[in-house]
Design a protein around this ligand. Structure first.
Ligand code: ATP
Ligand code: PRP
Length: 227
């Protein structure tokens, strides 16, 4: 039997790795400590020092799904992930706060020496490998460039090196991954950061519990941006 809504702690969906690590200081600033760290435990449900809040650990790209279906009341996900999700589920999530964490940019990259401008000018169909098919489709459509999109789930940088694609659309932060693979960024599509997302029903039914948490996150992320 499911727990009655009023007894279930608020549930926040987070992914392991950089989002979790960058969220910890925000939780701390809100006075919330975790009971155990997901890198040291195989547990997927993590209690916090606030009995009214628990964390669940999911894949980064699954965060919007858990929140939209109400299995989590709120979560944190990158704008990259949210844009891809929104293409299938428009308006499904409330996005009140840009937390300014996990910052990077979505860029087009090619092999060093590949004449991207000439390829685009010639009007040839460009083969583009990416995990971010929606953002890529919109970007190239706005430029009037014809592309064949090849969906990948990771290691995009490999695609131009082995002849799978002419270009990739991927996240770039330090540029080290591109450099290590003899690729160069030729266009920035958009800046990316992670945002707090909230289930639309929970926003109404659990407003009194959610609002202080949203306020604390807002304050912590503002303080962080100003630091
Ligand atoms: P999945 O496990 O679902 O494939 P992932 O491997 O992309 O997801 P992470 O690498 O933890 O998961 O990335 C989570 C989010 O962090 C991304 O959605 C993006 O918004 C941001 N991000 C990804 N790479 C970087 C980076 N190099 N620097 C800063 N932020 C990044
Ligand atoms: C991301 C992204 C790039 C890399 C860019 O990968 O997909 O490969 O970061 O960062 P850089 O410009 O600082 O090198 P991530 O580290 O998340 O690895 P994964 O997606 O393959 O797990």
């Amino acid at each position: 039997m499911n727990m009655p809504e009023t007894l279930r702690p608020l549930t926040m969906a987070l992914s392991k790795g950089r989002i979790f690590e960058e969220t910890l200081p925000l939780l701390k600033a809100a006075g919330i400590e975790i009971s155990e760290h997901p890198e040291q435990s195989r547990k997927l449900i993590i209690a916090t020092s606030n009995p009214a809040l628990r964390l669940i650990i999911v894949r980064a790209s699954d965060v919007p799904t858990y929140v939209e279906y109400g299995a989590a009341d709120l979560g944190i996900a990158g704008k990259d992930v949210l844009l891809e999700h929104a293409a299938q589920h428009p308006g499904g999530l409330y996005q009140p706060i840009d937390l300014n964490i996990a910052r990077c940019r979505l860029s087009v990259a090619v092999r060093k020496g590949f004449d991207y401008d000439a390829a685009v000018k010639q009007g040839a169909r460009l083969r583009v490998a990416t995990k971010y098919t929606q953002a890529a489709r919109e970007h190239f459509a706005a430029k009037g460039v014809h592309v064949d999109l090849i969906k990948l789930y990771g290691s995009m940088e490999l695609a131009p090196l082995v002849g799978l694609a002419d270009a990739i659309v991927d996240l770039v932060s330090t540029g080290n991954t591109l450099k290590a693979n003899d690729l160069v960024a030729v266009e920035d599509i958009m800046p990316i950061s992670s945002r707090l997302v909230v289930n639309r029903a929970a926003l109404k039914t659990r407003h009194a519990e959610l609002q202080p948490l949203l306020d604390a996150f807002e304050q912590a992320s503002r303080a962080r941006a100003a630091a």
